[in-house]
Design a protein around this ligand. Structure first.
Ligand code: FES
Length: 110
């Protein structure tokens, strides 16, 4: 079972914006939208842009480089939901925002 790790405080990320955080050696884009937090992989699988800097609207972030779109709720590619990037559980404990660390990948031992 993966542990939750504190990544920032409530209020650190303005409403409607995202920020890149590192959890378990992985870069994750954390978004604050409509009073809720969402965490998905930060690296766009197309050519590697940081999704935390993307435009957010209606629960979808648009990649700042070539406009691929991902749902914040589950990491699905909005134009073909069969394809997904990583999506992680987020919780608020007091004034701390915490993300559930991704499970270790046994194929990535470096
Ligand atoms: S790098 Fe994200 S759409 Fe191209």
């Amino acid at each position: 079972m993966s542990d939750f790790q504190t990544v920032c405080k409530v209020g650190d990320i303005p409403q409607g914006e995202g920020r890149t955080v590192q959890v378990g050696g992985k870069l994750i884009a954390l978004f604050h939208v409509d009073g809720q937090y969402h965490a998905i992989d930060d690296t766009c699988p197309h050519m590697g842009a940081s999704l935390s800097g993307g435009y957010v609207e209606s629960g979808i972030v648009t990649c700042p480089w070539h406009a691929w779109r991902y749902r914040l709720a589950d990491g699905a590619w909005a134009d073909n939901p069969k394809l997904k990037i990583g999506c992680y559980a987020v919780r608020v404990e007091g004034d701390l925002v915490q993300i559930q660390a991704p499970a270790a990948n046994p194929e990535n031992k470096t």
